[in-house]
Design a binder for this molecule. Structure first.
Ligand code: ADP
Ligand code: MG
Length: 516
């Protein structure tokens, strides 16, 4: 039994008739065939309507009146008699068509009364080469999950990734999936800053974390709090911190900024440690008595808070930056747990490490042999709107703008994409769109997505936790996915998943990785 027959066509909209009882859902993927040629159209349901075979257009409304009347009196209205006249109409947008293995944008329309049926696994085969080696979930048709792995290519890392959703819709879960896939295939470097302490062991008893993958060779953990397992302590060197880093985090007056600059001029590389350790009078004199003692005291109090956690080492040999970069270049997942820190210190650590990676890759760029050796690296930042807002000249916006060339990408996680600078958001080529309640947030993504997702607004509003649309220029259309629940994925048959992922990545991947 076919699902339906095509009743109306425009190049951008295909309508089909189906039975009055058929539960067609928004977001379902369907196939249209005329039964004669090889051409298969793939379409997505955008809306569902009621219809009836009747002489008058308002028959349905009138008949509803008759039924109501009957409800109120004898209740003897016979539904059986009218059922044959009722039907539903699926309003769909064409995703494209295939003739064998090629997939093309629809430039024409299927024949009259073409058959409409639900898509089966084989119908999606042509997609597999676009779906990359980093598995995150399975294909979704409406709310039905199809046994067809979906992911992204690690080669898309330097083209930046955005993960956007209202709180509770599954951003953190998706991040853990990405990390786990990276740990399993060991092809890419992935740095995750975790301000909420949820990635290491899941953060709560009912959840799992990266440690449960039992892939200690693929994971390096740095933390400023005690963790129940192997980890390194978190430390950067004072001389890795720049004045602009501090001024992005704390409000400084003009006088205080000038004082910081004077200190840098006077003390050189060691300015931050000197300011922290020397007493006010000594600094006052060292800076030629040009700054008020009060100004110096305020600065010192600010610095106390960053030095408080033992995060800042005076000796640059104690910094973790080299170790972190080595791990990333060795295709490991690096987890930086900053969950016991205040926001300012957390951002300071993220800034220093991100800049070190960017600078390192930039310096390798001139040596082609060395540069070819390093894998693409992705830096994931939670609550990214904090560092990618307007007019913020942070290293993160620099990476968003220039990272591509140097194999460094940014993975911005945010529940409020509208707060991210529009120009920066347009740099994000791969968008994971999960449920987004706010209309303005959806507008922003619609305008910056590299695929036309304007017709998907209905669907985006209906997404349940873990349901996503993956929009990128590397696939022929935005891919509807059900993201793996991490707790299941980490238990899943690793060898089977690996095989799918590795096959997808092998050689074929770079050939197929292109802008669609
Ligand atoms: N892919 C998924 N499949 C099933 N449930 C999910 C999925 N992703 C998230 N959830 C559910 O939603 C909850 C919140 O997810 P989380 O990733 O913490 O959201 P966010 O980081 O966006 O606030 C999870 O604890 C889980 O119960
Ligand atoms: Mg979260």
């Amino acid at each position: 039994m076919h699902l339906g027959r095509v009743v109306g066509n425009r190049v951008m909209e295909i309508r089909f008739r189906t039975s009055h009882a058929e539960e067609v859902q928004v977001g379902e993927l369907l196939v249209v065939e005329d039964g004669l040629s090889e051409v298969k159209y793939l379409i997505r349901v955008m809306d569902v309507e009621h219809g009836a075979d009747a002489d008058r257009e308002d028959w349905i409304t009138r008949e509803a009146g008759v039924i109501l009347e009957s409800d109120a009196t004898d209740g003897k209205y016979s539904h059986a008699e009218i059922k044959g006249r009722l039907y539903r109409v699926g309003v769909c947008s064409p995703l494209g068509y295939t003739t064998g293995s090629e997939f093309k944008k629809a430039k024409s329309i299927p024949a009259h009364f073409s058959i409409v049926r639900r898509a089966e696994k084989e119908d999606y085969e042509f997609l597999s080469r676009f779906l990359g080696d980093i598995q995150v979930g399975r294909l979704r048709s409406g709310d039905k999950v199809i046994e067809f792995p979906v992911g992204i290519s690690g080669l898309s890392f330097p083209h930046h990734i955005g993960i956007f959703a209202t709180t509770g819709m599954g951003k953190s879960n998706l991040m853990k999936d990405l990390a786990l896939s990276c740990m399993r295939i060991r092809r890419y470097g992935f740095l995750i800053f975790d301000p909420h302490g949820e990635y290491y062991d899941g953060g709560e008893l009912s959840k799992k974390g990266l440690i449960h993958a039992n892939l200690s060779d693929s994971l390096e953990v740095f933390s400023s709090r005690e963790l129940n397992g192997p980890h390194n302590s978190l430390r950067v060197a004072a001389n890795e911190i720049e004045i602009s880093d501090l001024s992005n985090l704390y409000e400084f007056t003009q006088a205080q900024l000038e004082c910081l600059q004077a200190a840098q001029y006077r003390y050189g590389d060691a300015w931050l440690s000197e300011l922290n350790t020397n007493d006010v009078m000594l600094i006052f004199n060292d800076l030629g008595q040009r700054f008020h003692e009060g100004t110096i005291s305020v600065i010192k109090r600010r610095l106390e808070s960053i030095f408080r956690f033992g995060l800042i080492a005076n000796d640059s040999k104690l910094s973790i930056t080299r170790h972190v970069i080595d791990c990333l270049h060795n295709s490991k997942v690096v987890l930086i747990d900053t969950s016991n820190m205040y926001e300012a210190e957390e951002l300071l650590i993220s800034t220093v490490l991100s800049r070190a990676i960017f600078d390192k890759n930039k310096s390798l760029y001139s040596n082609k042999m060395d540069f070819d050796q390093i894998p693409p690296v992705l830096i994931a930042m939670e609550e990214a709107q904090r560092v990618l807002g307007q007019a913020k000249g942070t290293v993160f916006s620099q990476i968003a703008r220039e990272g591509r060339k140097f194999k460094v990408g940014l993975c911005a996680v945010s529940q409020q994409p509208k707060l991210i600078d529009a120009e920066i958001i347009s740099q994000f080529n791969t968008l994971f769109i999960l449920g987004l309640a706010d209309r303005k947030d959806r507008e922003i993504l619609k305008n910056s997505a590299k695929q036309d997702i304007s017709q998907l607004d209905n669907e985006i509003q209906m997404l349940m936790p873990g349901e996503a649309l993956i929009a990128s220029p590397f696939t022929p259309f935005a891919i509807p996915a059900k993201i793996h629940l991490f707790e299941d994925y980490v238990e899943s048959d690793k060898t089977k998943d690996d095989r799918v992922n590795i096959e997808r990545g092998n050689g074929k991947q770079s050939a197929d990785f292109r802008f669609y």
